[in-house]
Design a protein around this ligand. Structure first.
Ligand code: IMP
Length: 179
């Protein structure tokens, strides 16, 4: 375990297993509705989750990415920089946003609206982690790996000042590192 990590919350094996369950549920739901999802991952944190999750969804799908940043250190700066980069029409599409963690919910609600404005039929959300106690906007993920307490977590894509994204697990960062 990395020396800056207080404890591991979810190992790679646990994340793999959870993605298999989520992937099957997603494939079942979209197949039942006769729809094919366009997965849209929020850079950069959700890339490892996107990679594992999409391989666990047993149906045809497409994926794209949007570049969003708002955090510096362990607190949101409140200002969102969004580079959508999707230069085609989303008319009639079912978008499934892929996020690493939902905190206040601000990022996803803004991105969701931008994608609806581009004509998407529906925009759903799948997140690896959810911190519901921190929510300030009304947003509930449609699919979620796990709910977590209000602690700062890193690894498996999640960072603190761009560090720890490559850890193969999700762990709680020691307070002395970010305080
Ligand atoms: P929201 O807009 O407040 O929901 O912020 C969501 C974004 O905040 C996530 O995509 C992460 O980049 C970042 N974030 C929130 N909590 C954590 C955390 O515990 N560790 C690392 N990043 C976090």
């Amino acid at each position: 375990m990395h020396q800056d990590i207080e404890r591991i919350l979810f190992t790679k094996e646990e994340i793999d297993e959870r993605c298999i369950v989520l992937g099957k549920q997603i494939a079942d739901d979209y197949t039942k509705e006769g729809r094919q999802p366009l997965l849209v991952a929020l850079l950069k944190g959700s890339i490892p989750f996107l990679s594992t999750l999409m391989q666990s969804i047993p149906m045809d799908l497409r994926f794209d990415v949007v570049d969003v940043s708002s955090y510096e250190g362990s607190e949101s700066t409140g200002k969102l920089n969004i580079r959508l980069g999707i230069d085609y029409s989303l008319e009639g599409m079912s978008v499934l946003l892929v996020e690493d963690i939902v905190d206040t919910g601000r990022t996803l609600s803004v991105v969701k609206q931008r994608l609806m404005d581009k004509g998407a039929d529906e925009v759903k959300v799948v997140t690896l982690l959810d911190k519901p106690s921190r929510r300030v906007v009304d947003l509930k993920p449609d699919y979620c790996g796990w709910e977590v307490e209000n602690e700062f977590v890193v690894g498996y894509g999640l960072d603190f000042n761009q560090k720890y994204r490559n850890l193969p697990y999700v762990g709680v960062l020691k307070r002395e590192i970010y305080e």
